[in-house]
Write a protein that binds this ligand. Structure first.
Ligand code: CMP
Length: 142
């Protein structure tokens, strides 16, 4: 089925100047960008987005990292988009990520792991709505 998923290019990857390299991987895998924005998250935005992790030991470091510089966030659309995106990202820990995945190629640690992607269609809907209003998502009619 055609799905939408939510993607963040994190501050480490923006700082490494590999936004285009990562976008290219989306395109080569038939994931279409249907919404995009660059912003420097506030602490409140980062805490809210990652609220499900608020009891985890890594939460404060995660929030500090996510507000350490600008991010690019996008909605990706395509066949089986959620799983396809997770496959091209690779494992959360870049040491475990398969060769040729975004995290294997661009991430340095489990904390600074270059990208985020939704883990399920329901999560994607919530994450997209957290950052994008409906009128910021563009139908790709050609
Ligand atoms: P992300 O997909 O953005 O979701 C939560 C982030 O927390 C995750 O990527 C990692 O960058 C970070 N993180 C740090 N330590 C861990 C851990 N032990 N397990 C899962 N995520 C972690």
């Amino acid at each position: 089925a055609i799905e939408r998923t939510f993607s963040i290019i994190k501050p480490d990857a923006v700082a490494k100047n590999v936004i285009g390299e990562i976008y290219s991987r989306f395109e080569k895998n038939d994931l279409k960008i249907v919404a995009a924005k660059m912003l420097h998250l506030t602490k409140e935005q980062a805490e809210g987005f990652y609220a499900e992790h608020s009891e985890r030991g890594f939460f404060n470091d995660l929030v500090a990292f996510m507000i350490s510089g600008p991010v690019i966030m996008q909605v990706l659309e395509g066949e089986n988009a959620v799983l396809k995106h997770r496959e091209i990202m690779g494992a959360t820990n870049p040491k475990e990520a398969a060769a040729g995945t975004i995290r294997a190629d661009f991430a340095s640690s489990i904390d600074e792991n270059a990208v985020h992607g939704s883990d399920a269609v329901e999560t994607a809907q919530r994450e997209i709505a957290y950052f994008f209003s409906d009128n910021e998502i563009c139908a790709r009619t050609r």
